[in-house]
Design a protein around this ligand. Structure first.
Ligand SMILES: [Zn+2]
Length: 234
């Protein structure tokens, strides 16, 4: 049944990056310098305490140098390279681990740590080092660069493209997501409505598990390579 699927949409979340050692700042003890991330990653925090917000993202950007893609990232990159049908990997993660593993058919719906966004002209640009508040935009000159991250309360990127892909998907696979944060939490219902088979690969049952045809529990680093092997063998 899975082997007949030609058009696949994969959604990845914090769980897949956590297995590479990326801090998620969620759950018990999940504070960053005493702040809830929900209070740091907002347009209001950027307006009122830009130094704090930039320091948070500078630290996360720098931490990328200390992590590597894991077996799940590598398996998805192999699927990307070898799957002959349509594929879209949508990640909620802002790290670059999918790219470093080699994935190409990839969308960062919540932005990227290694990108800057100009709040004045809307330009996006690659950004690897620290980003002091008030950094000047190379495109328009405004001192308005901010992390290219979709904050709580902001509209995720590429929703049109994602909705289109969900509307024609034969298979929707969710990997390592809580199923609690919209709009991504609604992707499974959108895909099912359009007739897709739906599969969840997660460490534990999620808020969205009931919406999937099938849930497999375990580490992404073992579940994802097995699933990709089966897809490519079929
Ligand atoms: Zn600009």
């Amino acid at each position: 049944m899975m082997q007949d699927s030609r058009s696949i949409v994969v959604l990845t979340g914090a769980g897949i990056s956590a297995e590479s050692g990326i801090a998620t700042f969620r759950g018990p003890g999940g504070l960053w310098e005493g702040h809830r991330v929900e209070d740091v990653c907002t347009p209001e925090a950027l307006a009122h305490d830009p130094e704090l917000v930039h320091r948070f993202y500078d630290a996360r950007r720098a931490a990328l140098a200390r992590v590597e893609p894991n077996a799940a990232h590598h398996a998805l990159a192999r699927l990307d390279a070898e799957w002959g049908g349509d594929l879209l990997i949508v990640t909620q993660n802002v790290d670059d681990l999918h790219e470093r593993a080699g994935a190409k058919r990839l969308l960062h719906m919540h932005g990227e740590l290694q990108s800057a966004l100009c709040a004045a002209c809307g330009a996006h640009m690659r950004w690897l080092g620290a980003m002091p508040p008030g950094s000047a935009c190379p495109a328009c000159g405004a001192a308005a660069l901010r992390p290219d991250i979709v904050f709580f309360g902001e509209m995720p990127y590429a929703m049109d493209t994602i909705e289109r892909a969900l509307g024609t998907a034969d298979l929707f696979v969710s990997i390592g997501t809580s199923g609690a944060v919209y709009p991504a939490a609604g992707f499974v219902q959108g895909a099912r409505h359009a007739g897709a088979r739906t599969l969840e690969l997660n460490l534990e049952r999620s808020a969205g598990s009931a919406f999937f045809h099938e849930t497999r529990l375990g580490a992404a680093g073992s579940l994802v390579p097995h699933w990709v092997d089966a897809m490519l063998a079929g």
